[in-house]
Design a protein around this ligand. Structure first.
Ligand code: NAD
Length: 355
């Protein structure tokens, strides 16, 4: 069993810890937090060992009535792998501790790329992380792009990709974020996401732009991909994408017209925290004109990186190859299981002229 320590128990850390708990080859060694809040108290109720960020925080936890097993340093000692899901910049500070103790670390996309030996996406470059001391899982938007572009590149060659990322202003708990009533180019020019995607797909010519909107509900990406060797029609593209468990087709035919409907799918499902781990690809939006393929996909920013974190743990410990790990992760979580489209599996019938 791989003992996994989760340092940072917020939006991402909670979900990664829960997902680790569902894997047959992993166990949660403990979770570390800075503040003794409701999340720590609820974790304690499930018998999850709690650690504090440092000695001062231990005292704060004790006075809030939440017993800890020690500090982050103690957790790192007791773990085979650490997943660091602290706020952007803190992972870079913690990294020295992980290196000193020789504990492989999985960091998050809010950190700069040079925080880790390699940036990671389980579909694009799993093998590059084999045996690495540290990996950085791409951010939510970049994970969504890499999952889409990797199979398109393999099947048809991606000549170029252009994406506009309509980004949620903040997560549901981030009441200090915005905008409240605006539509903001963010940034005013090319966004960093393209460079991050190139970390895992270095040969792909990609440019990205971002727009921030007043919602906490998902990101919506418009993606335009020029293919080197396009198939005869859009149906073939759909078939290629339908074979990817982490790309979930969603359709108006099944009443899914946008991100609000998708959140309702999450709420109605047995999924924890309404999570949608897959890219939600609007099936009717997939078009092919000449060599240019276009589509919309929605990304649940709070959860799509969770399967990738699980795979990153297996990649750094070398216990499974890419295909095995993705399969184990997907089966344990139920990725690809939601009935969001009549054709959300690979059962798209071929038509005359299909490549
Ligand atoms: P968060 O603020 O929700 O949670 C951070 C957690 O870290 C909190 O539990 C906090 O108590 C804890 N913490 C802070 N300092 C600590 C320390 N020194 N030691 C131990 N714990 C400490 O943050 P988040 O949204 O989960 O983001 C974590 C990382 O994941 C960031 O790099 C972020 O960019 C990335 N990410 C976030 C999202 C998202 O939409 N929220 C999506 C993908 C990637």
């Amino acid at each position: 069993m791989i003992r996994v320590g989760v340092v940072g128990y917020g939006t991402i850390g909670k979900r990664v810890a829960a997902a680790v708990g569902r894997q047959s080859d992993m166990v949660v060694a403990g979770v570390a937090k800075r503040s003794p809040d409701y999340a720590a108290a609820l974790a304690r109720e499930t018998a999850t060992p709690i650690y504090a960020s440092d000695e001062d925080a231990v005292a704060a936890f004790e006075s809030a009535g939440i017993r800890t097993e020690g500090t982050v340093a103690d957790l790192v000692d007791r773990a085979d792998v650490v997943v660091d899901a602290t706020p952007a910049g803190v992972g870079a500070e913690n990294r020295e501790l992980y290196a000193e103790t020789g504990t492989p670390a999985v960091l998050q996309g809010g950190e700069d790329a040079d925080v880790a030996d390699v940036s990671f996406n389980a579909r694009a470059n799993y093998e590059a992380a084999a045996g690495a001391d540290s990996v950085r899982v791409l951010s939510c938007n970049c994970t969504g792009l890499a999952r889409l572009l990797a199979p398109l590149d393999e099947a048809y060659g991606v000549r170029s990709a252009r994406a506009t990322l309509v980004r949620r202003g903040g997560d549901p708990g981030q009441t200090d974020r915005g905008p409240i009533n605006d539509i903001l180019p963010d940034p005013m020019g090319e966004s960093h996401h393209a460079a991050d995607v190139r970390e895992v797909l270095p040969d792909v010519d990609i440019r990205t732009h971002g727009v921030k909107v007043p919602t906490t509900v998902m990101h919506l990406q418009t993606v335009r991909v020029r293919l080197d060797d396009p198939p005869a029609n859009a149906r073939s593209v759909r078939r290629t994408l339908a074979a990817e468990p982490r790309l979930m087709f969603v359709t108006g035919e099944f009443g899914i017209e946008g991100c609000g409907d998708l959140m309702d799918v999450g709420r109605d499902s047995e999924r924890p925290r309404t999570d949608l781990w897959e890219n939600c690809v609007f099936e009717e939006s997939i078009e092919l004109a000449g060599n240019e393929c276009t589509l919309f996909q929605a990304i649940d920013q709070e959860s799509d990186v969770v399967p990738e974190n699980i795979d990153a743990i297996r990649a750094v410990t070398g216990v499974a190859d890419a295909g095995e790990s993705r399969h184990m992760t997907d089966r344990a979580l139920g990725v690809g299981s939601l009935p969001t489209s009549p054709a959300h599996t690979a059962e798209v019938a071929p038509v005359d002229g299909d490549a």
